[in-house]
Design a protein around this ligand. Sequence first.
Ligand code: SAH
Length: 480
Amino acid sequence: MSEPATAQKPSIRRGEEIELTLEKFADRGKSLTRVGGYVVFVAGAVPGDRIRAKVFKRKKSFAEAKLLEVLEPSPLRTEPRCEYFNSCGGCKWQHVQYDAQLEMKREAVAEALGHQGGFDLEALGIEVRPTLGAEETYFYRNKMEFTFASKRWLTDWEIATGEVLDKDFALGLHVPGRFDKVLDLQACYLQSEWSARLVNGVRAFAKEKGWKPWDVRNHTGYLRHLVLRTPEHTDENMVVIVTSKEDPERMALFAEFLQRDFPEVSTLVNTINSTPSQTAYGEKMINVFGPGVVHDKLGPHTFEIAANAFFQTNTKQAERLYEVVAEFAGLKPADLVYDLYCGAGTISLFISDRVKRVVGVEMIEAAVVNAKANAVANGVQNCTFVAGDMLKLFTPEFVEEHGRPDVLIVDPPRAGMHPKVVKQIKRLKPERLVYVSCNPQTQARDIGQLGDAYHIEAVQPVDLFPHTHHVENVVKVVAV
Ligand code: SAH
Protein backbone atom coordinates (compact mmCIF):
# COMPACT_ATOMS: atom_id res chain seq x y z
CA MET A 1 0.00 0.00 0.00
CA SER A 2 1.45 3.34 -0.94
CA GLU A 3 1.17 6.22 1.46
CA PRO A 4 -1.06 9.16 0.63
CA ALA A 5 0.86 12.02 -0.88
CA THR A 6 0.00 14.21 2.08
CA ALA A 7 1.65 11.89 4.62
CA GLN A 8 4.51 13.51 6.41
CA LYS A 9 7.67 11.79 5.22
CA PRO A 10 10.56 12.86 7.34
CA SER A 11 13.25 14.46 5.33
CA ILE A 12 15.90 11.83 5.61
CA ARG A 13 18.52 12.84 3.15
CA ARG A 14 21.76 11.23 2.19
CA GLY A 15 24.69 12.85 3.95
CA GLU A 16 22.48 14.14 6.75
CA GLU A 17 23.38 13.70 10.41
CA ILE A 18 20.55 12.50 12.64
CA GLU A 19 19.94 11.48 16.23
CA LEU A 20 18.22 8.16 16.82
CA THR A 21 17.27 5.69 19.51
CA LEU A 22 17.55 2.13 18.23
CA GLU A 23 14.52 -0.11 18.74
CA LYS A 24 15.49 -3.64 17.85
CA PHE A 25 18.10 -5.90 16.35
CA ALA A 26 17.99 -6.42 12.62
CA ASP A 27 19.72 -8.89 10.38
CA ARG A 28 23.48 -9.38 10.33
CA GLY A 29 24.44 -7.52 13.44
CA LYS A 30 22.67 -4.29 12.54
CA SER A 31 20.02 -2.58 14.62
CA LEU A 32 17.05 -0.59 13.39
CA THR A 33 14.56 2.03 14.28
CA ARG A 34 11.64 3.63 12.49
CA VAL A 35 11.69 7.28 11.61
CA GLY A 36 8.32 8.12 10.13
CA GLY A 37 7.92 5.93 7.07
CA TYR A 38 11.54 4.84 7.05
CA VAL A 39 13.32 1.98 8.65
CA VAL A 40 16.84 3.12 9.44
CA PHE A 41 19.56 0.48 9.86
CA VAL A 42 22.75 1.16 11.78
CA ALA A 43 25.64 -1.28 12.00
CA GLY A 44 27.46 -1.44 15.32
CA ALA A 45 24.56 0.03 17.30
CA VAL A 46 22.50 -1.82 19.92
CA PRO A 47 18.77 -1.54 20.74
CA GLY A 48 18.42 1.10 23.44
CA ASP A 49 21.37 3.16 22.21
CA ARG A 50 20.79 6.87 21.66
CA ILE A 51 23.18 7.74 18.85
CA ARG A 52 24.28 10.32 16.34
CA ALA A 53 24.57 8.85 12.86
CA LYS A 54 25.13 9.91 9.28
CA VAL A 55 22.81 8.69 6.53
CA PHE A 56 24.83 7.15 3.72
CA LYS A 57 22.13 5.27 1.84
CA ARG A 58 18.51 6.16 1.20
CA LYS A 59 16.08 3.92 -0.64
CA LYS A 60 12.31 4.12 -0.96
CA SER A 61 11.41 2.54 2.36
CA PHE A 62 14.66 2.29 4.26
CA ALA A 63 17.87 4.09 4.94
CA GLU A 64 21.26 3.13 6.30
CA ALA A 65 23.29 5.31 8.59
CA LYS A 66 26.82 5.14 9.91
CA LEU A 67 27.27 5.32 13.66
CA LEU A 68 29.19 8.49 14.57
CA GLU A 69 28.76 8.70 18.32
CA VAL A 70 26.94 6.88 21.08
CA LEU A 71 25.19 9.62 23.06
CA GLU A 72 23.59 7.30 25.62
CA PRO A 73 24.69 3.67 25.63
CA SER A 74 22.14 0.88 25.81
CA PRO A 75 22.20 -1.30 28.94
CA LEU A 76 22.69 -4.24 26.57
CA ARG A 77 26.13 -2.97 25.60
CA THR A 78 29.41 -4.37 26.70
CA GLU A 79 33.04 -3.63 25.90
CA PRO A 80 34.19 -5.65 22.85
CA ARG A 81 37.25 -7.72 23.68
CA CYS A 82 38.95 -7.51 20.32
CA GLU A 83 40.87 -4.48 19.12
CA TYR A 84 39.85 -5.22 15.52
CA PHE A 85 36.13 -5.21 16.40
CA ASN A 86 35.19 -2.17 14.37
CA SER A 87 36.92 -3.31 11.20
CA CYS A 88 36.76 -7.11 11.17
CA GLY A 89 33.91 -9.14 9.71
CA GLY A 90 34.43 -11.91 12.25
CA CYS A 91 32.36 -11.27 15.39
CA LYS A 92 29.85 -8.50 14.88
CA TRP A 93 28.09 -8.83 18.23
CA GLN A 94 31.03 -8.53 20.59
CA HIS A 95 29.61 -5.26 21.86
CA VAL A 96 26.36 -6.96 22.92
CA GLN A 97 26.12 -8.72 26.28
CA TYR A 98 26.08 -12.47 25.81
CA ASP A 99 22.67 -12.95 27.49
CA ALA A 100 21.18 -10.40 25.10
CA GLN A 101 22.75 -12.20 22.13
CA LEU A 102 21.09 -15.46 23.24
CA GLU A 103 17.72 -13.76 23.72
CA MET A 104 18.04 -12.15 20.30
CA LYS A 105 18.60 -15.55 18.70
CA ARG A 106 15.58 -16.95 20.52
CA GLU A 107 13.45 -14.07 19.23
CA ALA A 108 14.73 -14.55 15.69
CA VAL A 109 13.60 -18.18 15.78
CA ALA A 110 10.16 -17.25 17.16
CA GLU A 111 9.77 -14.55 14.54
CA ALA A 112 10.65 -16.93 11.71
CA LEU A 113 8.11 -19.51 12.90
CA GLY A 114 5.49 -16.75 12.94
CA HIS A 115 6.33 -15.03 9.65
CA GLN A 116 7.71 -17.76 7.40
CA GLY A 117 5.96 -20.69 9.06
CA GLY A 118 2.62 -19.02 9.68
CA PHE A 119 2.45 -20.38 13.23
CA ASP A 120 0.70 -18.44 15.98
CA LEU A 121 2.98 -19.68 18.74
CA GLU A 122 0.99 -18.11 21.53
CA ALA A 123 -2.29 -19.65 20.38
CA LEU A 124 -0.55 -23.00 19.97
CA GLY A 125 0.95 -22.71 23.45
CA ILE A 126 4.50 -23.17 22.16
CA GLU A 127 7.38 -21.35 23.71
CA VAL A 128 10.74 -21.26 22.03
CA ARG A 129 13.14 -22.44 24.72
CA PRO A 130 15.92 -20.10 25.82
CA THR A 131 18.94 -20.45 23.51
CA LEU A 132 21.49 -22.90 24.84
CA GLY A 133 24.53 -20.69 25.28
CA ALA A 134 28.18 -21.66 25.13
CA GLU A 135 30.30 -21.84 28.26
CA GLU A 136 33.23 -20.48 26.30
CA THR A 137 32.25 -17.51 24.20
CA TYR A 138 35.80 -16.98 22.92
CA PHE A 139 38.32 -19.49 21.60
CA TYR A 140 35.53 -21.83 20.54
CA ARG A 141 36.44 -22.62 16.95
CA ASN A 142 38.42 -25.71 15.99
CA LYS A 143 39.07 -24.36 12.50
CA MET A 144 40.06 -20.95 11.17
CA GLU A 145 40.78 -19.83 7.66
CA PHE A 146 43.12 -16.85 7.33
CA THR A 147 43.90 -15.08 4.07
CA PHE A 148 47.14 -13.67 2.71
CA ALA A 149 46.73 -10.45 0.75
CA SER A 150 48.86 -7.91 -1.03
CA LYS A 151 46.60 -5.14 0.23
CA ARG A 152 46.43 -4.52 3.92
CA TRP A 153 43.52 -2.72 5.54
CA LEU A 154 44.70 -0.35 8.25
CA THR A 155 42.45 0.23 11.24
CA ASP A 156 41.99 3.75 12.60
CA TRP A 157 44.15 2.97 15.61
CA GLU A 158 46.88 1.45 13.45
CA ILE A 159 46.97 4.68 11.45
CA ALA A 160 46.92 6.72 14.67
CA THR A 161 50.12 5.07 15.90
CA GLY A 162 51.93 7.18 13.29
CA GLU A 163 54.24 4.26 12.54
CA VAL A 164 55.28 3.43 9.00
CA LEU A 165 53.34 0.26 8.30
CA ASP A 166 53.90 -2.34 5.60
CA LYS A 167 50.76 -2.10 3.50
CA ASP A 168 51.73 -4.71 0.90
CA PHE A 169 51.42 -7.79 3.05
CA ALA A 170 48.62 -8.95 5.29
CA LEU A 171 47.66 -12.22 6.90
CA GLY A 172 44.33 -12.23 8.67
CA LEU A 173 40.64 -11.85 7.96
CA HIS A 174 38.76 -9.91 5.31
CA VAL A 175 37.25 -6.53 5.93
CA PRO A 176 33.51 -6.86 5.18
CA GLY A 177 32.58 -5.68 1.72
CA ARG A 178 36.22 -5.56 0.55
CA PHE A 179 37.25 -8.61 -1.43
CA ASP A 180 40.77 -7.27 -1.85
CA LYS A 181 41.70 -5.99 1.60
CA VAL A 182 42.66 -7.98 4.64
CA LEU A 183 43.28 -7.00 8.25
CA ASP A 184 46.73 -7.95 9.46
CA LEU A 185 45.57 -9.68 12.63
CA GLN A 186 48.05 -9.81 15.47
CA ALA A 187 45.41 -11.29 17.75
CA CYS A 188 42.14 -13.16 17.29
CA TYR A 189 40.00 -14.61 20.05
CA LEU A 190 38.12 -17.15 17.99
CA GLN A 191 40.41 -20.18 17.94
CA SER A 192 43.23 -20.13 20.51
CA GLU A 193 46.16 -18.09 21.78
CA TRP A 194 48.39 -20.64 20.11
CA SER A 195 46.77 -20.19 16.71
CA ALA A 196 47.23 -16.41 16.91
CA ARG A 197 50.89 -16.98 17.75
CA LEU A 198 51.22 -19.32 14.80
CA VAL A 199 49.66 -16.76 12.44
CA ASN A 200 52.16 -14.17 13.64
CA GLY A 201 55.04 -16.63 13.28
CA VAL A 202 54.06 -17.59 9.74
CA ARG A 203 53.70 -13.95 8.74
CA ALA A 204 57.15 -13.05 10.06
CA PHE A 205 58.72 -16.08 8.38
CA ALA A 206 57.10 -15.40 4.99
CA LYS A 207 58.08 -11.74 5.07
CA GLU A 208 61.64 -12.54 6.01
CA LYS A 209 61.84 -14.96 3.06
CA GLY A 210 60.33 -12.35 0.75
CA TRP A 211 57.48 -14.66 -0.33
CA LYS A 212 54.73 -12.70 -1.99
CA PRO A 213 51.07 -12.84 -0.96
CA TRP A 214 48.40 -13.39 -3.60
CA ASP A 215 47.24 -10.30 -5.46
CA VAL A 216 43.52 -10.73 -6.22
CA ARG A 217 43.58 -8.24 -9.08
CA ASN A 218 46.65 -9.39 -10.99
CA HIS A 219 46.52 -13.05 -9.95
CA THR A 220 50.17 -13.05 -8.94
CA GLY A 221 51.95 -14.06 -5.75
CA TYR A 222 52.54 -17.36 -3.94
CA LEU A 223 50.76 -17.40 -0.56
CA ARG A 224 46.96 -17.58 -0.53
CA HIS A 225 45.43 -19.00 2.66
CA LEU A 226 46.42 -20.43 5.99
CA VAL A 227 43.94 -22.89 7.49
CA LEU A 228 44.41 -24.12 11.05
CA ARG A 229 42.59 -27.09 12.54
CA THR A 230 42.88 -27.49 16.30
CA PRO A 231 40.62 -30.34 17.47
CA GLU A 232 38.93 -30.00 20.85
CA HIS A 233 39.58 -33.48 22.20
CA THR A 234 43.04 -34.40 20.85
CA ASP A 235 46.47 -32.76 20.86
CA GLU A 236 46.77 -32.91 17.09
CA ASN A 237 47.02 -29.71 15.06
CA MET A 238 46.85 -29.32 11.31
CA VAL A 239 48.27 -26.51 9.20
CA VAL A 240 47.04 -26.20 5.63
CA ILE A 241 48.90 -23.69 3.52
CA VAL A 242 47.24 -22.82 0.24
CA THR A 243 49.65 -21.62 -2.44
CA SER A 244 49.22 -20.67 -6.07
CA LYS A 245 51.76 -23.23 -7.28
CA GLU A 246 53.82 -26.21 -6.26
CA ASP A 247 57.28 -25.27 -4.97
CA PRO A 248 58.95 -28.17 -3.11
CA GLU A 249 61.97 -26.12 -2.06
CA ARG A 250 59.96 -23.39 -0.39
CA MET A 251 57.66 -25.98 1.18
CA ALA A 252 60.65 -27.81 2.66
CA LEU A 253 61.77 -24.54 4.27
CA PHE A 254 58.29 -23.88 5.58
CA ALA A 255 58.05 -27.41 7.04
CA GLU A 256 61.42 -26.99 8.72
CA PHE A 257 60.32 -23.67 10.21
CA LEU A 258 57.07 -25.12 11.59
CA GLN A 259 58.75 -28.18 13.07
CA ARG A 260 61.32 -25.99 14.78
CA ASP A 261 59.11 -23.15 16.06
CA PHE A 262 55.73 -24.89 16.34
CA PRO A 263 56.36 -28.55 17.23
CA GLU A 264 52.67 -28.83 18.23
CA VAL A 265 51.81 -29.04 14.52
CA SER A 266 51.20 -32.73 13.83
CA THR A 267 50.62 -32.45 10.11
CA LEU A 268 51.20 -29.99 7.27
CA VAL A 269 49.23 -30.05 4.04
CA ASN A 270 49.99 -27.90 1.00
CA THR A 271 46.92 -27.22 -1.11
CA ILE A 272 47.52 -25.82 -4.58
CA ASN A 273 44.96 -23.39 -5.95
CA SER A 274 46.17 -21.80 -9.18
CA THR A 275 42.73 -20.48 -10.18
CA PRO A 276 41.46 -16.93 -9.60
CA SER A 277 38.78 -18.31 -7.31
CA GLN A 278 39.38 -17.16 -3.73
CA THR A 279 38.88 -20.40 -1.83
CA ALA A 280 41.04 -22.40 0.53
CA TYR A 281 40.38 -25.48 -1.63
CA GLY A 282 42.37 -26.37 -4.69
CA GLU A 283 43.22 -28.79 -7.45
CA LYS A 284 45.85 -30.67 -5.50
CA MET A 285 46.65 -31.52 -1.88
CA ILE A 286 50.18 -32.49 -0.90
CA ASN A 287 50.95 -34.12 2.43
CA VAL A 288 54.15 -32.35 3.47
CA PHE A 289 54.54 -34.04 6.84
CA GLY A 290 52.37 -36.06 9.21
CA PRO A 291 49.32 -38.11 8.28
CA GLY A 292 47.36 -35.33 6.50
CA VAL A 293 44.42 -35.76 8.88
CA VAL A 294 43.55 -34.90 12.48
CA HIS A 295 41.02 -36.51 14.83
CA ASP A 296 38.33 -35.08 17.03
CA LYS A 297 35.54 -36.58 19.09
CA LEU A 298 31.81 -36.00 19.20
CA GLY A 299 30.32 -37.92 22.08
CA PRO A 300 32.07 -41.28 22.36
CA HIS A 301 33.07 -41.43 18.69
CA THR A 302 36.28 -40.38 17.02
CA PHE A 303 36.25 -38.70 13.63
CA GLU A 304 39.05 -38.47 11.11
CA ILE A 305 39.19 -35.00 9.54
CA ALA A 306 41.04 -34.36 6.28
CA ALA A 307 42.26 -30.92 5.15
CA ASN A 308 39.19 -30.32 2.99
CA ALA A 309 36.58 -32.19 5.06
CA PHE A 310 33.56 -30.58 6.69
CA PHE A 311 33.46 -30.88 10.46
CA GLN A 312 31.43 -28.86 12.97
CA THR A 313 33.67 -25.93 13.96
CA ASN A 314 32.47 -25.68 17.57
CA THR A 315 32.95 -29.20 18.90
CA LYS A 316 31.53 -28.65 22.40
CA GLN A 317 28.36 -26.92 21.24
CA ALA A 318 27.92 -29.46 18.41
CA GLU A 319 27.79 -32.13 21.10
CA ARG A 320 25.08 -30.20 22.92
CA LEU A 321 23.20 -29.71 19.66
CA TYR A 322 23.29 -33.45 19.00
CA GLU A 323 22.09 -34.15 22.55
CA VAL A 324 19.06 -31.97 21.83
CA VAL A 325 18.50 -33.85 18.56
CA ALA A 326 18.65 -37.17 20.42
CA GLU A 327 16.27 -35.94 23.12
CA PHE A 328 13.76 -34.52 20.60
CA ALA A 329 13.92 -37.75 18.58
CA GLY A 330 12.64 -39.68 21.61
CA LEU A 331 14.86 -42.58 20.60
CA LYS A 332 13.87 -46.14 21.45
CA PRO A 333 15.96 -49.31 21.03
CA ALA A 334 13.68 -50.65 18.29
CA ASP A 335 13.70 -47.46 16.20
CA LEU A 336 14.69 -47.16 12.57
CA VAL A 337 16.00 -43.63 12.04
CA TYR A 338 16.68 -41.77 8.79
CA ASP A 339 19.44 -39.14 9.11
CA LEU A 340 18.87 -37.02 6.02
CA TYR A 341 21.52 -34.56 4.80
CA CYS A 342 23.91 -36.45 7.05
CA GLY A 343 27.31 -35.03 6.00
CA ALA A 344 30.07 -37.27 7.40
CA GLY A 345 27.53 -39.17 9.48
CA THR A 346 28.16 -37.40 12.76
CA ILE A 347 24.54 -37.43 13.94
CA SER A 348 24.03 -41.02 12.77
CA LEU A 349 26.99 -42.23 14.82
CA PHE A 350 26.06 -40.08 17.79
CA ILE A 351 22.67 -41.78 18.12
CA SER A 352 23.65 -45.22 16.79
CA ASP A 353 23.87 -47.02 20.13
CA ARG A 354 20.43 -45.82 21.21
CA VAL A 355 18.48 -47.26 18.27
CA LYS A 356 18.18 -50.34 16.09
CA ARG A 357 19.36 -48.88 12.81
CA VAL A 358 20.23 -45.58 11.12
CA VAL A 359 20.11 -44.83 7.39
CA GLY A 360 22.03 -41.70 6.37
CA VAL A 361 21.63 -39.83 3.08
CA GLU A 362 24.15 -37.32 1.76
CA MET A 363 24.81 -35.77 -1.63
CA ILE A 364 28.58 -35.36 -1.44
CA GLU A 365 30.24 -38.69 -2.22
CA ALA A 366 33.43 -37.88 -0.30
CA ALA A 367 31.39 -37.19 2.85
CA VAL A 368 29.65 -40.56 2.47
CA VAL A 369 33.06 -42.24 2.12
CA ASN A 370 34.06 -40.47 5.37
CA ALA A 371 30.82 -41.47 7.06
CA LYS A 372 31.37 -45.15 6.22
CA ALA A 373 35.00 -45.01 7.35
CA ASN A 374 33.97 -43.27 10.59
CA ALA A 375 31.45 -46.03 11.30
CA VAL A 376 34.04 -48.75 10.69
CA ALA A 377 36.72 -47.00 12.75
CA ASN A 378 34.32 -46.72 15.69
CA GLY A 379 33.05 -50.28 15.40
CA VAL A 380 29.54 -49.07 14.59
CA GLN A 381 27.65 -51.67 12.58
CA ASN A 382 24.05 -50.47 12.49
CA CYS A 383 24.48 -47.44 10.19
CA THR A 384 24.01 -47.49 6.42
CA PHE A 385 25.07 -44.48 4.33
CA VAL A 386 23.71 -43.75 0.88
CA ALA A 387 25.11 -41.16 -1.53
CA GLY A 388 22.65 -39.15 -3.58
CA ASP A 389 20.50 -36.07 -4.00
CA MET A 390 17.51 -36.19 -1.63
CA LEU A 391 15.27 -34.89 -4.40
CA LYS A 392 15.92 -37.93 -6.58
CA LEU A 393 16.70 -40.51 -3.94
CA PHE A 394 13.98 -40.01 -1.38
CA THR A 395 11.23 -41.97 -3.08
CA PRO A 396 8.71 -44.63 -2.02
CA GLU A 397 11.14 -47.19 -3.50
CA PHE A 398 13.87 -45.94 -1.19
CA VAL A 399 11.55 -46.40 1.79
CA GLU A 400 10.60 -49.86 0.56
CA GLU A 401 14.26 -50.82 0.32
CA HIS A 402 15.41 -49.41 3.67
CA GLY A 403 12.24 -49.74 5.74
CA ARG A 404 9.65 -47.33 7.10
CA PRO A 405 11.38 -44.98 9.53
CA ASP A 406 10.04 -44.31 13.03
CA VAL A 407 12.01 -41.08 13.18
CA LEU A 408 13.30 -38.65 10.56
CA ILE A 409 16.17 -36.36 11.39
CA VAL A 410 16.80 -33.69 8.74
CA ASP A 411 19.66 -31.19 8.71
CA PRO A 412 19.56 -29.50 5.29
CA PRO A 413 21.77 -26.62 4.12
CA ARG A 414 20.73 -22.95 4.45
CA ALA A 415 18.28 -23.11 1.54
CA GLY A 416 16.19 -25.69 3.39
CA MET A 417 14.46 -28.64 1.74
CA HIS A 418 13.08 -28.87 -1.77
CA PRO A 419 9.25 -28.60 -1.70
CA LYS A 420 9.04 -32.08 -3.24
CA VAL A 421 11.10 -33.50 -0.39
CA VAL A 422 8.74 -31.85 2.10
CA LYS A 423 5.80 -33.43 0.22
CA GLN A 424 7.43 -36.82 0.37
CA ILE A 425 7.91 -36.44 4.15
CA LYS A 426 4.24 -35.52 4.43
CA ARG A 427 3.28 -38.65 2.53
CA LEU A 428 5.61 -40.85 4.52
CA LYS A 429 4.30 -39.40 7.77
CA PRO A 430 6.82 -40.75 10.25
CA GLU A 431 5.76 -40.59 13.88
CA ARG A 432 8.54 -38.19 14.88
CA LEU A 433 10.48 -35.58 12.91
CA VAL A 434 13.45 -33.59 14.16
CA TYR A 435 14.45 -30.66 11.99
CA VAL A 436 17.93 -29.18 12.59
CA SER A 437 18.79 -26.00 10.73
CA CYS A 438 21.25 -23.14 10.53
CA ASN A 439 18.54 -21.02 8.91
CA PRO A 440 15.37 -20.61 11.03
CA GLN A 441 13.54 -18.96 8.11
CA THR A 442 13.72 -21.81 5.62
CA GLN A 443 13.19 -24.22 8.50
CA ALA A 444 9.97 -22.44 9.50
CA ARG A 445 8.82 -22.33 5.87
CA ASP A 446 9.36 -26.09 5.44
CA ILE A 447 7.62 -26.99 8.70
CA GLY A 448 4.75 -24.68 7.76
CA GLN A 449 4.33 -26.69 4.55
CA LEU A 450 3.82 -29.92 6.47
CA GLY A 451 0.31 -28.70 7.27
CA ASP A 452 -2.17 -30.15 9.76
CA ALA A 453 -0.77 -33.65 9.81
CA TYR A 454 1.92 -32.53 12.23
CA HIS A 455 2.31 -30.27 15.18
CA ILE A 456 5.32 -28.61 16.74
CA GLU A 457 6.12 -29.94 20.16
CA ALA A 458 9.37 -28.21 21.12
CA VAL A 459 11.81 -25.62 19.75
CA GLN A 460 15.39 -25.31 20.99
CA PRO A 461 17.93 -22.84 19.56
CA VAL A 462 21.59 -23.64 20.26
CA ASP A 463 24.41 -21.13 20.02
CA LEU A 464 27.35 -22.55 18.08
CA PHE A 465 28.72 -19.15 17.07
CA PRO A 466 28.88 -16.66 19.94
CA HIS A 467 29.26 -12.99 18.91
CA THR A 468 27.69 -13.64 15.51
CA HIS A 469 24.05 -13.55 14.39
CA HIS A 470 24.16 -17.23 13.42
CA VAL A 471 21.94 -19.69 15.23
CA GLU A 472 21.29 -23.44 14.99
CA ASN A 473 17.73 -24.38 15.72
CA VAL A 474 16.14 -27.74 16.49
CA VAL A 475 12.39 -28.29 16.13
CA LYS A 476 10.55 -31.39 17.30
CA VAL A 477 7.54 -32.15 15.15
CA VAL A 478 5.16 -35.03 15.82
CA ALA A 479 2.39 -36.60 13.77
CA VAL A 480 -1.10 -35.88 15.08
N1 SAH B 1 24.21 -33.36 9.63
C1 SAH B 1 25.58 -33.05 9.30
C2 SAH B 1 25.75 -32.11 8.10
C3 SAH B 1 24.70 -31.12 7.82
S1 SAH B 1 25.16 -29.93 6.61
C4 SAH B 1 26.32 -32.53 10.50
O1 SAH B 1 25.72 -32.23 11.53
O2 SAH B 1 27.54 -32.43 10.43
C5 SAH B 1 24.04 -30.26 5.30
C6 SAH B 1 24.49 -31.40 4.40
O3 SAH B 1 23.50 -31.57 3.40
C7 SAH B 1 25.78 -31.14 3.67
O4 SAH B 1 26.69 -32.18 3.95
C8 SAH B 1 25.39 -31.14 2.18
O5 SAH B 1 26.38 -31.70 1.35
C9 SAH B 1 24.14 -31.97 2.20
N2 SAH B 1 23.19 -31.73 1.08
C10 SAH B 1 22.89 -30.54 0.51
N3 SAH B 1 21.93 -30.69 -0.42
C11 SAH B 1 21.62 -32.01 -0.48
C12 SAH B 1 20.70 -32.78 -1.25
N4 SAH B 1 19.93 -32.21 -2.17
N5 SAH B 1 20.66 -34.10 -1.03
C13 SAH B 1 21.44 -34.69 -0.09
N6 SAH B 1 22.33 -34.01 0.68
C14 SAH B 1 22.43 -32.68 0.49
